[in-house]
Design a protein around this ligand. Sequence first.
Ligand SMILES: NC(=O)c1ccc[n+]([C@@H]2O[C@H](COP(=O)([O-])OP(=O)(O)OC[C@H]3O[C@@H](n4cnc5c(N)ncnc54)[C@H](OP(=O)(O)O)[C@@H]3O)[C@@H](O)[C@H]2O)c1
Length: 266
Amino acid sequence: MTTVLVTGANGRIGTELVPDLVARGVTVRAMVRRATGRSGEVVADLDDPASLAAALAGVDAVFLNSPSSERAAEQQIRCADLAVAAGVRRLVVLSQLGARADSPVRFLRWHAEVEAHLAASPLEVTVLRPNLFVQAVADAAHGGVLGAPIGDARVSVIDVRDIAAVAAVVLTGDGHAGATYTLTGPAAVSHAELAAALGVEFADLDPDTFRGLLDGVLPAWQADGLVEDYAHYRRGEAGQVDPAVPTLLGRPALGLDVLARTALTR
Ligand SMILES: NC(=O)c1ccc[n+]([C@@H]2O[C@H](COP(=O)([O-])OP(=O)(O)OC[C@H]3O[C@@H](n4cnc5c(N)ncnc54)[C@H](OP(=O)(O)O)[C@@H]3O)[C@@H](O)[C@H]2O)c1
């Protein structure tokens, strides 16, 4: 039986991915930093190589996902190198749509650094490049208002349930080694449309106001990164609709109609 280590098992995608893999007959090691007592858990930290090496021992495949951080590339590269040392065969990494080394968006540069490292590794690597998560937008709405410096630019936002479903397909199926999949929703939508689907008001903010609202709420690197991310969205660079999700899942990607009918998971 295949054994898969899922990093970020309690995160937005991991929460959906773990039960999907279990339903496919996979033995899952759900990596968490603090034990919750659920079966299949392994306690490890991307910053603790010894715990990571123990979590990777005897594993066939890894789903590599960690939060945006100034050290994200360092953490993910260390994990990939330890996976090679442990004899892991396959690795599926969560990147972001638009990842490239010369991007003005720091998050996209960090993802590009990881992708470049993995391209030179002996692992069977598949890169998933999702667009902005619907659930992340939902989490950003406060007091009935979704404020963002985006105007009427459209983004093909994706539901994290589709990202997890694609990850499960790629981790358990063949023919995905060396592939990079761009994961989008079924349509490019404005934040006003997103806000309506979420049942909140949209407020178009200028970038300085947006940055000011994040002061003291997020660390400066993260707030500055979000401003860069939103400038990228506002330039219309994340509006493409890609066929990878329907092709890999054999059904349409989840859209805002589904969002309006179902409870968000996170
Ligand atoms: N948000 C978006 O719209 C979007 C769009 C495209 C791509 N992305 C990419 O998606 C990735 C995930 O972002 P997210 O914010 O949604 O995160 P997430 O998957 O919700 O959470 C990340 C998980 O990582 C775990 N974690 C944090 N630090 C760790 C460490 N040192 N060692 C081991 N595990 C650790 C957390 O565990 P705990 O439960 O212990 O805290 C959490 O379960 C990022 O690379 C981001 O760039 C995001």
